[in-house]
Design a protein around this ligand. Structure first.
Ligand SMILES: Cc1cc2nc3c(=O)[nH]c(=O)nc-3n(C[C@H](O)[C@H](O)[C@H](O)COP(=O)(O)O)c2cc1C
Length: 138
């Protein structure tokens, strides 16, 4: 089964989750600037909330790689906002990309908010999510 992990992270919080997920599944996490080079069964896509939105590069990744994505699995961080699931799902739907309802979201540190987040526990839970996602696809 072909797996890929892509993320966009300004400050490193979402990257922490991406790296842990990739490591647990035996692959490398890459930024959304790296296109998929072949059909990929499971694509974990990490994003964060900036000014209530998802970075344009995340949306562009879905648009440009739609034909190669088997199932998209969302994970995200934010200081206060809920997960990026709905915003990502909208773009996935517009581009005919199947997206799992299984997702992972946790708080990320921002200025004085949520120091130390994502925590080690958050990372453990992100890895558990990824392993369940892998099982879904088996
Ligand atoms: C420019 C900017 C804007 C942000 N806007 C929001 C926001 O509107 N709502 C929110 O909950 N968090 C907001 N945050 C906090 C981030 O969502 C949070 O720090 C997240 O973990 C950042 O992930 P990253 O370190 O992978 O970039 C913002 C952070 C930055 C840097």
């Amino acid at each position: 089964m072909k797996i890929a992990v892509r993320y966009y992270s300004k400050g490193g919080n979402t990257k922490k989750l991406a790296d842990a997920i990739a490591d647990a599944l035996g692959t490398e996490a890459e930024t959304v600037d790296r296109p998929l080079d072949e059909r990929t069964d499971i694509v974990f896509l990490g994003s964060a909330v900036y000014a209530n939105g998802v970075d344009e590069s995340v949306k562009r990744f879905i648009r440009k790689n739609a034909g190669y994505i088997g199932t998209l699995y969302n994970f995200s961080t934010a200081a206060i906002a809920p997960s990026t699931y709905k915003q990502v799902k909208k773009v996935a739907e517009e581009n005919g990309v199947a997206m799992s309802e299984r997702e992972y979201h946790c708080k990320g540190s921002f200025l004085f908010l949520n120091p130390g987040c994502p925590t080690d526990g958050d990372i453990t839970r992100a890895v558990a999510f990824a392993k369940l996602a892998y099982k879904d696809a088996e």
